[in-house]
Design a protein around this ligand. Structure first.
Ligand SMILES: [Zn+2]
Length: 420
């Protein structure tokens, strides 16, 4: 092991911010877009180049690289006691078609920077350290999203993932083979002791509160509904107001209640109507039928259930008052995923000890950490991104925040792995 610098106390240990930044910028060259973003869709030639670069850096840092059958990569730094399950830092290196430099890539390269820092100082951990990248987190070319981590966590089968095709009819299996990333390891046959994912927030809360670190407590649960209000079409002129069955007027009352319902379940309640269809959608016809979507989110399944009961009760009351039929059909549900108390505390302690301003945060978006949390204690570290924007070529983050998040990751990983 390289011991080029003199020993340093563990709590004084800091990552090399410029080195991490340079690696992020170099990886962002692969698939770079004219507007300063990245287009590196999963299982393309560019994805292969990205994977090749990251695994080359890993080998140069002395890590052993293992690929599993869905193309997930594990880059291992042995500990003193290799019978212990590893402490893993991971994320993804695929991007959206008009993606940025930081979403996913930061979490993987922050893990690599932790390893490089430990190498610089000749520090041996008790448990092994690993850096992971998960195949097809973004889901823009192949569905489902979070594919590699989902197969790993047995949320769906390898065969199901292999059979997914893109718009040109190319399958995940064929494309994985074509880029040379079908490894020998069975997905999920890889122990995980603790999992941390460092990520840009992808929302505006940290920036709005002027905080450097988000201590992520969990990922919001989601419920999707289709709602139909049925009235009666009639001529807009001859039909007096009192004798109408105007489906749109009733629907808009309920739409207001979707937002009110989110406000009634603070602080993490979210309520959105994003899609509306009005029938017959004619200027001089009273609308006879309105169909709209409802998206409800909150931090626990119990509160999501309370929001469900809330909106159904309100709909029943409006239906009784107006005499119009209101049907609410749930079309999908994603459970909330709280993170492990020990991981949340490790991130909190690290941020406090390092003197970074911080606050509890929730993730409104999905991450590979959601599936890892089913298998092992897991946690996430958020840093601000400019204007809360991601999945966009203008996605941006400050170097000092990139550095801070990685220092928190380093300290949290060392706390969980132990220093030999
Ligand atoms: Zn991401």
């Amino acid at each position: 092991m390289d011991t080029k610098t003199k020993p340093v106390a563990i709590d004084q240990l800091r990552i090399d911010g410029p080195r991490l930044w340079d690696s992020l910028m170099e990886l962002a060259q692969i698939g770079a877009t004219p507007k300063g973003g990245v287009c590196r869709l999963t299982l393309t030639d560019l994805d292969r180049q990205g994977r090749d670069l990251v695994t080359r850096w890993a080998r140069e840092a002395g890590l052993m690289v293992t690929i599993d059958r869905i193309g997930n990569g594990f880059m291992r730094r042995p500990g003193r006691n290799n019978s212990l399950p590893p402490v893993v830092a991971g994320s993804h290196i695929d991007t959206q078609p008009t993606g940025g430099k930081f979403d996913g890539n930061y979490g993987v390269l922050a893990g690599l920077e932790v390893v490089r820092t430990l190498n610089d100082h000749g520090i041996q951990t008790e448990a092994p350290i690993e850096v992971a990248f998960w195949t097809n987190e973004e889901g823009s070319r192949f569905v489902p999203v979070m594919m590699g981590s989902g197969v790993f966590a047995k949320a769906f089968t390898l065969e199901h993932a292999y059979a997914a095709t893109d718009t040109e009819g190319k399958s995940v299996k064929d494309e994985l083979e074509r880029i040379g990333y079908v490894g020998p390891e069975e997905p999920g046959a890889h122990p995980i002791g603790t999992y941390f994912e460092t990520h840009i927030e992808q929302g505006p809360v940290l920036e709005d509160n002027d905080k450097t670190i988000g201590v992520v407590t969990g990922v919001l649960g989601i419920r999707w509904y289709d709602c139909t209000v049925t009235g009666m079409e009639a001529h807009a002129g001859p039909t007096p107001m009192a004798l109408r069955k105007d489906a749109l007027q009733v629907a808009t009352r309920l739409m207001q209640e979707v937002v009110a319902c989110a406000h009634r379940h603070p602080p993490h309640g979210r309520g959105t109507v994003g899609m509306v269809q009005v029938h017959p959608n004619s200027r001089n016809v009273i609308p006879g039928r309105v169909k709209f979507s409802i998206d409800l989110r909150n931090a626990s399944d119990a509160i999501c259930a309370a929001m469900d009961a809330d909106i159904r009760a309100v709909a029943a009351r409006i239906a009784a008052e107006t005499g119009l039929a209101i049907a609410i059909e749930q079309v999908s549900e994603y459970p909330a995923q709280p993170f492990h108390a020990d991981c949340i505390a490790a991130v909190q302690r690290a941020a406090d000890r390092l003197g970074y301003s911080n606050m509890p945060a929730v993730s409104g978006a999905g991450h590979d950490a959601v599936y890892m949390a089913r298998l092992a204690p897991a946690g996430m570290i958020f840093i601000p991104c400019k204007d809360g924007i991601s999945h966009n070529e203008i996605e941006d983050a400050k170097p000092e925040h990139i550095t801070a998040g990685c220092n928190v990751l380093l300290q949290a990983m060392l706390e969980r792995a132990g220093v030999a």
